[in-house]
Design a protein. Structure first.
Lengths: 205, 90, 248
């Protein structure tokens, strides 16, 4: 491969920033994007979020009900598989722990979850990656309600994994007995996607 | 903040897709597996970024073609395409 | 043109400023297999720390096997690649390049029938390759270009387009300006819509080959207009660039 003289891409981090970056990542102030389809626009009047196990509906909230659930604020770095990381992003939403509790579930009924989204996008998780305040359904970014282009009305936020796991326009969380690959995972991205172990592709450890 | 997603078209994916085809991929006719719409691959709506390509039907937006350059392998998913047609080699 | 394309090493031989945010870059590409008008290339830039960026750019130079080719690059604010190409690249530098790509958006001088070209901003680049190819071949095909730019100073290749127009060989040029129109402007003003397409383009019954290139919203709107005024869908070829021209 030919190194291009003086080409640097966008940003080169200072030493302090570099410590916060997982391997192979670069820092940007822009919002990194990896699109799979057009922006989805679901009105708040039509929006619901469901939790299900097999064919059985465990819980469902409309927007008003969902907004009344316990709110959590999170400040976190996000890491996109395209190698761009954005530091110190602020979000607000409902943690998956609070969601499960509101659904009347003392513990998760299965080991894995598939998030289903408007537009057909999906992504899979182990339940361990969603609980203990590691993940939320986010409704606000930087104090403002999430615009549609950002995944609004609500998106998954699972920042300790690559950002393709923070699925936009989430509508349904389906518990599963097996770890079924979602949209990008079935194409060759890693089943789990831990940026600190650089789990980008399905062959990676 | 990010702006609305504006897709390109199949022309911009042609270089990468060319790894899989011996014929000119922009001239291929794609039949959508969802709605049966037929059109040039060049006119499919292109989402994704660089090595992660998603090509959607211009008529119904269903995913027709996906491709990923995944480190040591390159993966092509045609499950959303009912048929690919190209001219017979002369 | 069949078979996988290899990455070639392209060396910058000339840098020419077209307008304030646009440069034409000439490359010498040993091993270049030749191209048709309208095709494009992928370029690949690798930084010392391993970061790789890849972009597509249309070939602006005319069709042929000359290993010196030209790309016309427009600045994307905060872009990864265009600021480098416009600000850092020097004569003698080399980048990796792969092409030619794309037989769908091409025109050859042997093609019978009128040539109708509609350009938005830097979408003029592949259409300029077609016009240059047509001129070099002394083609008798009548050609009309509708070229939409934000203002006079945004018009790319203005001098050369005027020279082509003065050659009186069946080429008709229409400029339209969408943001700033100077006093005494004799061209069109405002966005290209159905009236302008009907007045300045070929009629559907003349069965032109139509090529539309520019930002996605521009191309989508023009393609809809063309079909609405009676042009056959199969006669319209489209190529969409990013918001200001950088094709990702």
């Amino acid at each position: 491969m030919h190194i291009t003289r003086e080409f640097k891409g966008k940003a080169r981090p200072d030493a302090a920033t570099r410590d916060r970056l997982p391997p192979g990542q670069f820092v940007t102030s822009d919002f990194p994007i990896l699109t799979a389809g057009p922006t989805q626009r679901t009105g708040l009047n039509d929006w619901t979020l469901s939790v299900q196990l097999g064919g059985k509906l465990l819980a469902r909230w409309d927007w008003k009900e969902f907004a009344a659930l316990p709110q959590t604020e999170m400040k976190t770095d996000i890491h996109c598989v395209t190698k761009w990381s954005k530091l110190d992003t602020r979000w607000r939403g409902v943690t998956i722990d609070d969601l499960l509790q509101a659904a009347g579930l003392a513990e998760s009924p299965a080991g894995f979850v598939m998030a289903h989204c408007d537009g057909g996008y999906s992504t899979n998780y182990t339940i361990a990656d969603l609980i203990d305040r590691r993940a939320m359904v986010a409704t606000h970014y930087e104090d403002s309600p999430l615009p549609a282009s950002h995944g609004g009305p609500a998106r998954m936020l699972v920042p300790h994994l690559y950002f393709w796991k923070s699925a936009k326009w989430v509508r349904r969380l389906a518990f599963k007995e097996q770890n079924v690959p979602g949209f990008w995972e079935s194409l060759g991205y890693h089943l789990r996607g831990d940026p600190w172990r650089e789990q980008r592709y399905s062959g990676d450890e | 903040m990010i702006e609305d997603i504006v897709p390109l078209d199949g022309n911009a994916a042609a270089g990468r897709l060319g790894q899989f085809f011996t014929f000119d991929v922009t001239l291929a006719t794609i039949t959508c597996g969802h709605c049966a719409f037929e059109g040039p691959l060049a006119e499919l709506r292109l989402y994704g970024r660089d090595a992660a390509i998603v090509l959607r039907c211009r008529h119904c937006d269903a995913v027709n073609i996906r491709m990923l350059e995944a480190g040591t392998s390159v993966n092509l998913d045609l499950s959303g395409t009912a048929r690919i047609t190209t001219s017979a080699a002369s | 043109m069949n078979g996988p394309l290899r990455w070639l090493l392209a060396t910058v031989s000339q840098l020419h400023e077209e307008t304030a945010g646009v440069k034409t870059i000439s490359f010498d590409v040993p091993g270049w297999r030749g191209h048709m008008a309208g095709q494009h290339v992928d370029i690949r830039l690798t930084a010392e720390d391993g970061y790789v960026a890849q972009r597509s750019y249309s070939l602006a130079s005319p069709a042929g096997t000359d290993p010196r080719i030209q790309l016309t690059v427009e600045r994307v604010d905060d872009g990864e690649v265009s600021p480098f190409l416009l600000d850092e690249l020097r004569v003698g530098d080399s980048i990796e390049l792969r092409g030619p790509i794309g037989g769908y958006f091409t025109w050859s001088p042997g093609t019978a029938g009128p040539l109708m070209l509609i350009a938005g901003g830097s979408g003029i680049a592949p259409l300029m390759s077609m016009l240059r190819t047509r001129a070099l071949a002394s083609s008798r095909a009548t050609a009309r270009l509708l070229y939409s730019s934000r203002s006079e100073r945004h018009i790319i290749y203005r001098g050369e387009l005027d020279r082509l127009r003065r050659a009186r060989d069946g080429f008709v040029l229409t400029h339209t300006l969408t943001r700033e129109v100077p006093d005494g402007w004799t061209g069109e003003r405002g966005r290209i819509g159905r009236p302008m397409l009907m007045q300045r383009g070929f009629a559907p019954r003349e069965r032109p080959h139509v090529f539309v290139c520019g930002p996605t919203p521009f191309v989508d709107a023009i393609a809809d207009h063309l079909v609405a005024i009676g042009h056959e869908e199969s006669s319209i070829r489209t190529e969409r660039f990013g918001p200001t021209g950088e094709s990702k």
